[in-house]
Write a protein that binds this ligand. Structure first.
Ligand code: ADP
Ligand code: GLC
Length: 489
């Protein structure tokens, strides 16, 4: 039995308060899973303008950060993670977080993002200290929270309250590092001497994540395969060398699924419930999805769903390149997403060319994402890289066969229906390798063949629906990681 711990999560996103993707879901679900294991978990995030008043709780105390160029004054509010009794602390500062979006507009980040998120970390630590609750371990997520382990191990190393604090840093996406011009370093709160290759300096710029990779006691990322990939030139985003120096402290822990939310037997958003034993409702979900997206209701046409940020990482440009060939295969494709303008334009054009076959809905729409999962026959994820990926895990539970590129967490969670996996009874989807439009077309073509072989398809669907990606296993891996981080202090 693991010891009960006090764990503080620093995150920039949390479902359902602020979400741009998987980070928010993990920050919402993992604390709940840890809490169920008996730990005292608390979460801290910025108090964005978009967070509704009823979730903002009470002001607890002031929270101050010395940012070098000036002292910034904010407040710490105490609320609850919605739907739970997990304490949620919100770092309030109207100048920094009272803006329309968390990070900036589509094309432009806010130019003071380094300062904003350094304030979040430093003021957050100040506010928590004043509550008197001292965690055993501070667990930070992605670049926005990356100043925290660095600050704890440098500026607060001898602090009577924070000194000797164990730190864990989880990389959800290495592409976003908090890299800014050197001139911005002055307002981060770190003294000039830390602008060195041993800490923040990276090719003449400052890099918040790089320093954290050097200083956090333990590093994790969200799948075993991505943990290996990021130590290579191809996937390392320039930080592979630094990551290799920490290889002994870096591990991949696959994300889990919250099956109280993602379960077709009880999902309130879908047209009809269904289960592995009775798939009847899935056909109704398919018809409803076709209607909902304005496509002809055609039970025998294989339907491919996509729910994704429409960005380069997700291979949406390759999908757009493949669209004419996909249409020629006679399939239907529904896309739910938002993202880069040019990619939105390209998928909109495809829908215009093939109004009976391709349909798009732009927007971040959670109920609709459940309907795409439930109503599709196949779920497409042509990602260039994928640290974990959650949608393929949902697809498995919804009996929607995932088609994924062999990378990161996709490779760790989906087994291709090749002869080996079919013989072993472990096949759950379609996995392809080359990162090209042609390989998407080939994979979809394989899916169409599979769709016509109802016996083989039924076995694959069943195996996927029975697979267990609940948080329990990952939770135990994090517990071991926390123990190691504490030992390393
Ligand atoms: P990433 O975090 O890189 O975007 P993940 O697969 O980990 O990728 O998580 C994406 C999550 O965001 C999934 O739960 C998916 O359902 C959700 N999502 C993405 N786009 C949308 C959208 N347009 N509407 C609703 N949910 C979305
Ligand atoms: C990131 C990754 C995604 C992962 C998510 C949650 O956004 O792109 O693959 O599932 O974080 O860890």
């Amino acid at each position: 039995m693991e010891q009960k711990r006090k764990i503080l999560f620093f995150t920039a996103e949390l479902t359902p308060l602020l979400s741009t993707g998987g980070l928010a879901e993990v920050a919402g679900a993992l604390p709940r899973a840890l809490k169920a294991h008996g730990h005292d978990v608390r979460v801290i995030m910025p108090c964005y303008a978009s967070i509704p008043a009823e979730h903002r709780g009470e002001q607890r105390n002031m929270a101050v950060a010395d940012l070098g160029t000036h002292r910034a004054h904010g407040a710490l509010r105490e609320s609850r993670v919605p739907g739970t009794d997990i304490p949620l602390y919100l770092v309030e500062h109207d100048g920094y977080f009272g803006r329309p979006a968390p990070y900036g507009s589509d094309a432009y980040e806010y130019e003071d993002n380094a300062e904003r998120f350094c304030f979040f970390g430093i003021a957050g630590l100040d506010g928590i200290k004043q509550t008197g609750w001292r965690p055993d371990v501070v667990h930070c997520h992605d670049w926005h929270s990356s100043p925290v382990p660095t600050y704890l191990r440098t500026m607060l190393g001898d602090d009577p309250f924070w000194g000797g604090m164990a730190t864990v840093f989880t990389i959800h996406n290495l592409a976003f590092q908090g890299r800014y011009r050197a001139g911005r370093f002055a307002s981060t709160g770190f003294p000039r001497e830390y602008f060195s290759p041993e800490a923040f300096e990276y090719e003449g710029d400052m890099n918040l994540m790089k320093a954290c990779i050097k200083f956090a006691h333990k590093l994790t990322t969200v799948s075993p395969r991505y943990a290996k990939e990021i130590q290579t030139l191809e996937y390392g985003e320039g930080l592979d060398g630094v990551l290799r120096t920490r290889a002994g402290d870096l591990q991949g822990i696959l994300n889990g699924v919250d099956y109280t939310v993602w379960n077709p037997e009880i999902d309130p958003h879908i047209a009809a419930p269904y289960s592995a034993d009775d798939l009847g409702g899935k056909a109704r979900c398919k018809a409803a999805l076709q209607r909902g997206f304005g496509l002809p209701e055609s039970p025998d046409t294989p339907l491919f769903g996509i729910v994704s940020r429409l960005v380069w990482q997700k291979g949406i440009d390759l999908l757009a390149d493949a669209m004419d060939d996909l249409a020629a295969l006679g399939v239907q494709v529904v896309i739910l997403g938002t993202g880069a303008r040019d990619l939105e334009h390209r998928v909109r054009e495809a829908a215009r060319r093939y109004p009976e076959q391709v349909a798009v809905h732009f927007g971040y729409d959670i109920p609709r994402s459940h309907r795409v999962q439930a109503g599709s026959d196949f779920f497409l994820m042509p990602s260039r890289y994928e640290p974990c990926g959650l949608s393929q895990l949902y697809a498995l539970r919804y009996g929607t066969v995932p088609i994924v590129r062999r990378t990161g967490g996709l490779a760790d969670s989906v087994h291709d229906f090749n002869t080996v996996h079919r013989r072993k009874g472990t096949a759950t989807g379609i996995v392809y390798v080359p990162n090209t439009a042609q390989s998407i077309v080939r994979a979809v073509n394989r899916a169409v063949q599979l769709y016509r072989d109802s016996e083989a398809l039924a076995v694959i669907i069943r195996t996927g629906m029975d697979a267990d990606f609940s948080w329990t296993r990952s939770c135990e891996a994090y517990e071991r990681c926390y123990a190691e981080a504490i030992k390393a202090t």
